[in-house]
Design a protein around this ligand. Structure first.
Ligand code: ATP
Ligand code: MG
Length: 226
């Protein structure tokens, strides 16, 4: 039997977060975490929710805090012999991610907190790529937010709400190959990277699906809640 789900829109999803943030109103900032496998569309969803929140509020109340900003630099990865495994759970500055997430969550709106972004052109993190200021809502997104092992396990308690963005494997594979090619790899290189690295990361992340508050799938122009 086909699984049935509730259809929802970006507007409704953002309204959920606005309401939850209102209920939770404390001295710090509200944190939404969006997890999911590589290429699921997490960054796209995070930007969509941010934009909806800001449009509805008529002010910049939300901003995206990408986990990808905490990629270790290529120099650091090369030194550690991990460059070929870039993207795996131990190729990020997890301590930095946790400390900055804690800081942005615990400080009051108005206190500036710089957050690094990641450049897909330079293939490097960009320090202070975004700065939290008056924002009251943080949308952090990345593969490993819901892992329950090692240092990553400390992320979950810092999320006021968590979503998992699900997507069929064949779609992820196609998207990732296309993106690696756009990033400068040959078609053969792109396929190897996807098969040997991205998909094993995807399998690791898929195990965290059931711990999210909400599981979403893209459906038509909106999303479906599973
Ligand atoms: N809802 C969607 N429909 C069609 N294509 C999409 C959708 N969301 C994202 N994409 C495309 O899929 C690719 C991956 O999207 P995105 O960068 O948002 O994923 P991601 O989960 O952040 O990936 P990563 O884990 O590698 O950072 C992009 O090329 C994007 O344009
Ligand atoms: Mg992304």
């Amino acid at each position: 039997m086909a699984r049935t789900g509730v259809e929802t829109s970006l507007t409704e999803l953002a309204a959920r977060i606005a309401a939850a943030a209102d209920r939770a109103r404390g001295s710090g900032r509200f944190v939404l975490g969006i997890a999911g496998p590589p290429g699921a569309g997490k960054s796209t969803l995070a930007r969509g929710v941010r934009d909806e929140l800001n449009i509805h509020a008529g002010a910049r109340i939300a901003e995206v805090a990408p986990m990808d900003g905490f990629h270790l630099t290529n120099d650091r990865l090369r030194e550690a012999g991990k460059l070929a495994r870039k993207g795996e759970p131990d190729t990020f500055d997890i301590a930095g991610y946790l400390a900055t997430l804690r800081r942005v969550r615990e400080t009051a709106p108005g206190q500036q907190v710089p957050w690094p972004t990641y450049s897909r052109e330079l293939h490097e993190p960009v320090p202070g790529g975004v700065v939290f200021d008056q924002h009251t809502i943080v949308v952090t997104e990345g593969n490993y937010l819901l892992l329950d092992t090692g240092e990553w396990a400390a992320v979950r308690p810092l999320l006021d709400q968590s979503w998992y963005l699900d997507v069929p494997r064949p779609i992820i594979e196609k998207r990732l190959v296309r993106r690696h090619i756009r990033g400068g790899r040959t078609a053969a290189d792109a396929k190897t990277k996807v098969e040997h690295s991205d998909l094993s990361n995807a399998r690791l992340v898929e195990r965290t699906r059931f711990t999210a508050d909400l599981v979403l799938r893209k459906s038509g122009r909106g999303y479906r809640i599973d």
